[in-house]
Design a protein around this ligand. Structure first.
Ligand code: G6P
Length: 470
């Protein structure tokens, strides 16, 4: 049981926490705060609310911070043994559960559930147990615990056994697989994942579609939902933060540099831009986006020299070969397009792979068209952010398989993410939208994108879980 000094009334648990550490050459420790909906959401309840965020130590710097006891107030980093974390995070969460929910398996990537998988699964259980025990120890009587994502599906059930008094919520930031696809998991594992989540009082999803898929899986594998309640909370963009941040001086500097890379059309007018910003992630479908752009240049030669595809693809999960290969593929296809169509004064694809948030915002501001074409995506906040930030308003080309499509579909140009020819046509149509219509559409997109800002998103979940907003 938690001691009175350390007991928290609201706890959040997630693999990646709000802060990361780095040891500098002189041995000093530096912390960097990350962004994201949960970080700004949690700030809504204020620093005095007795909140604690339990997360994994992910880097050498994080582990050093734990050893030195140098963590920030309100954050508890768990130093889970590196091999256990690697099995749980790379092996199970990102190779199996992520692939199942995003339906990414295809030949030759079909899963083989063998002895190695069973060994990694045991690590996933150990890793989940470490979170459950830390939460049980630090939660005040009757506390509200909000567990995040596919890394921690077993935590609600484990925590329920340790601490029947606490109220437990779990939120999925990913899609949920339909039962026919979820059935790929071994039966006992499927039941364990669902049973673990059903240990929560309340489960949250980003869209009705993912919530329905979860319910259908429970019908098939777990005999229904039991007493667990389900809610849908479509995380919105943080308009105040983004609008202010995108007008800071580092963003203006990067706009100047980007404008230079983009250049001007032969008639002297600024070139049009098709902007995308993603983690380099298979579900984001970056390669088919590039192929669609190549198709556009082939089918509509009038755009040559007059448009640039600004594509930022930031490294992600590079411990996994399939992600490294995908990064190389993105770079190769971008190079091929530039070799095939580029001229001395025009680089058709401006690809950047070094993560730079200020440069992403600069690209948002310069966007004429935003391309968001995931194969499947829990929500996709880029689709919500670009219309908010773009200076002249932008046209959104949006995959109908992104969660954001439920809210933005009416004012976006919808695409089937697999169909590169249709995507090329959508890009052509988007580039051809007259300025007044574009501004109107963009305004409506921005309004829909901010319907549920992070602070409200977080409070809604907390209130629904506790029933009294405590
Ligand atoms: C998705 C997941 C998050 C995860 C993020 C970045 O949005 O839902 O849980 O943190 O991707 O992935 P990473 O593996 O770098 O944490």
């Amino acid at each position: 049981m938690a001691s009175p000094q350390t007991a928290a009334k609201v706890l959040v648990a997630s693999n990646r926490g709000p802060v990361s550490y780095e040891v500098r050459d002189d041995g000093s420790l530096h912390s960097k705060r990350g962004g994201g909906g949960m970080v700004s959401g949690l700030s809504a309840i204020g620093p005095d609310a007795g909140a604690l965020w339990v997360c994994s130590a992910l880097s050498d710097g994080d582990r050093e911070a734990v050893r030195r006891g140098a963590g920030e107030d309100g954050v508890l980093m768990l130093d889970i043994p590196a091999d256990v974390h690697a099995d749980a995070y790379n092996g199970i969460a990102n190779s199996v559960l992520w692939f199942v929910h995003h339906m990414l398996y295809q030949t030759p990537l079909e899963p083989v559930f063998d002895a190695e998988f069973r060994r990694q699964w045991a690590s996933y259980e150990t890793y989940n147990r470490a979170f459950a025990e830390a939460l049980a120890e630090r939660a005040a009587p009757g506390a509200a615990v909000l567990v995040q994502d596919y890394h921690l599906t077993l935590v609600p059930g484990m925590l329920r056994e340790l601490r029947p008094d606490v109220r437990i919520g779990h939120f999925s930031h990913t899609p949920w697989a339909p039962p026919e696809y979820f059935a790929m998991l071994p039966d006992d594992i499927a039941r364990q994942v669902l049973g673990g989540m059903l240990g929560a009082d309340r489960l949250g999803f980003l869209t009705r579609r993912w919530a329905d898929a979860f319910e259908a899986c429970c019908e098939r594998f777990a005999g229904g939902l039991g007493g667990t309640r389900i809610g849908v909370h479509g995380l919105g963009a943080d308009a105040d933060f983004l609008r202010a941040r995108s007008h800071e001086s580092d963003v203006s500097e990067r706009m100047t540099a980007l404008r230079e890379e983009i250049g001007t059309a032969p008639d002297g007018s600024p070139r049009r831009t098709v902007v995308r910003v993603d983690r380099t992630e298979l579900s984001k479908n970056i390669v088919r986006g590039l192929l669609a752009y190549r198709q556009l240049l082939g089918d509509h030669p009038e755009w040559r020299e007059r448009v640039v595809h600004v594509a930022f693809a930031y490294p992600s999960r590079q411990d996994l070969a399939v992600y490294r290969d995908y990064t190389a593929e993105v770079q190769r296809v971008a190079r091929e397009i530039n070799d095939a169509y580029g001229t001395p004064g025009w680089t058709p694809v401006v690809l950047h792979v070094k993560d730079d948030f200020a440069r992403s915002l600069a690209a948002y501001r310069l966007a004429d068209v935003a391309l968001v074409n995931p194969i499947r995506d829990g929500m996709n906040l880029v689709a919500k952010e670009v219309p908010l930030v773009s200076d002249e308003g932008c046209v959104l080309v949006l995959s109908r398989e992104a969660g954001a499509f439920e809210e933005l579909g009416e004012d976006a140009l919808p695409v089937n993410p697999y169909d590169v020819i249709a995507t090329a046509e959508a890009l052509h149509e988007a580039l051809s939208v007259p300025p007044a219509e574009r501004a109107e559409r963009s305004k409506r997109l921005a309004a829909a994108a901010t319907a549920l800002p992070p602070a409200q998103w977080f409070l809604d979940q907390l209130n629904a879980l506790t029933g009294d907003g405590a």
